[in-house]
Design a protein around this ligand. Structure first.
Ligand SMILES: Nc1ncnc2c1ncn2[C@@H]1O[C@H](COP(=O)(O)OP(=O)(O)OP(=O)(O)O)[C@@H](O)[C@H]1O
Ligand SMILES: [Mg+2]
Length: 306
């Protein structure tokens, strides 16, 4: 396995050696560590050298699609196994970027998914900001995922990547900006809202102009939008402005999770993000909302100009 183009740090070199062995043995890998250490980069390099049939999926989007397919056939036998078969197809290697588990429903589904992948003898390559024992961190519910954690450890070798650099910080000028106050962007949004058809769902934008899109927080995060939708939108628009971003702890868990997904997708797709809010950034993602820790860390890249 080679990961050319970059000078690897010590932690990355060690991880590459282990991944090479696991790749040879077709053993699953669970690569975890803090943000920006190169987990996705190394997981991709491993994935690339493994033979077909294989499939790489974005964890949020895959999971939401799985939810949808299962809910369509709730009364059928083996609903989970069938949905997994449809989604995974013939793949013998499945790469999941950014695996995390934040509620009991996801924990149960994740466990069933792992069982189905085990039955299909699929090698899993996962990256995560959480060690397996830290998944479903909420202490009230953590026990519900113990069977899932046991399966993670059974199906994958756990590799920690915790080098000295957050390479995203080293990469120079951040792509994101943060503005406080009313809309103080030089170009204010076009005055006519548009309704976009995204994956068959109607999503309202405050306006679009070329590849720039303006959203109201409520339209984007407090309606039933999905990570799948953000991926489609990120392909069409590479400059996003989200207006009216609230203190997230004052909103429901679903809105918070959607916002976290938006941030994940825009960071992955290298979309430029501008948040417009009446509150400073620390108050937006601060508070006891632990599910926002990774989001807060990703938003640290944002220049505070307000
Ligand atoms: N050794 C390196 N030298 C220079 N750039 C690197 C190096 N390793 C990784 N990068 C780059 O740093 C950025 C962050 O890496 P990557 O996305 O793999 O991090 P990550 O650990 O998956 O982070 P997250 O937990 O936020 O998903 C990427 O653009 C990647 O290409
Ligand atoms: Mg990553």
């Amino acid at each position: 396995m080679s990961a050319t183009g970059y000078v690897l740090d010590g932690a990355q070199s060690e991880a590459v050696d282990r991944l090479a062995v696991l790749g040879e043995r077709r053993r699953g890998v669970y690569l975890h560590g803090p943000v920006g250490r190169g987990k996705s980069f190394l997981a991709d390099a491993l994935f690339d050298v493994l033979p077909e049939p294989k499939k790489r999926v974005h964890f949020h989007a895959f999971f939401q699609e799985l939810h949808r397919r299962i809910s369509e056939r709730l009364h059928e036998r083996d609903a989970v196994a069938r949905a997994v078969r449809e989604l995974v197809g013939r793949a013998k290697v499945l790469a999941f970027d950014e695996l995390h588990v934040h509620d009991v429903g996801d924990a149960i589904l994740m466990t069933r998914l792992l069982e189905a992948l085990q039955a299909r003898k699929v090698m899993i390559i996962a990256t995560s900001n959480y060690p397996p024992d830290g998944l479903l961190p909420n202490p009230l519910h953590h026990d519900r995922f113990l069977p899932g954690i046991a399966l993670v450890k059974e199906l994958m070798d756990v590799v920690e990547l915790n080098g000295p650099h957050d390479y995203r910080h080293l990469r120079g000028a951040p792509r994101s900006r943060f503005e406080t106050g009313a809309i103080i962007r030089t170009a204010s949004p076009p005055s006519t809202p548009v309704i976009l058809d995204v994956n068959g769902r109607a999503i309202t934008a405050l306006g679009t102009e070329g590849t720039t899109i303006w959203f109201d927080f409520g339209d984007l995060c407090e309606k039933p939008t999905s990570a799948q939708d953000y991926l489609v939108l990120a392909d069409r628009f590479d400059d996003w402005v989200i207006v009216g971003v609230p203190r997230l702890r004052t909103r429901g868990e679903e809105a918070r999770q959607r916002f976290a997904n938006v941030v994940d997708v825009v960071v992955d797709k290298d979309v430029r993000l501008t948040l417009v809010s009446d509150h400073p950034l620390g108050e937006i993602v601060g508070g006891e909302a632990r599910d926002l820790a990774r989001t807060a860390s990703r938003l640290e890249l944002i220049n505070t100009t307000g």
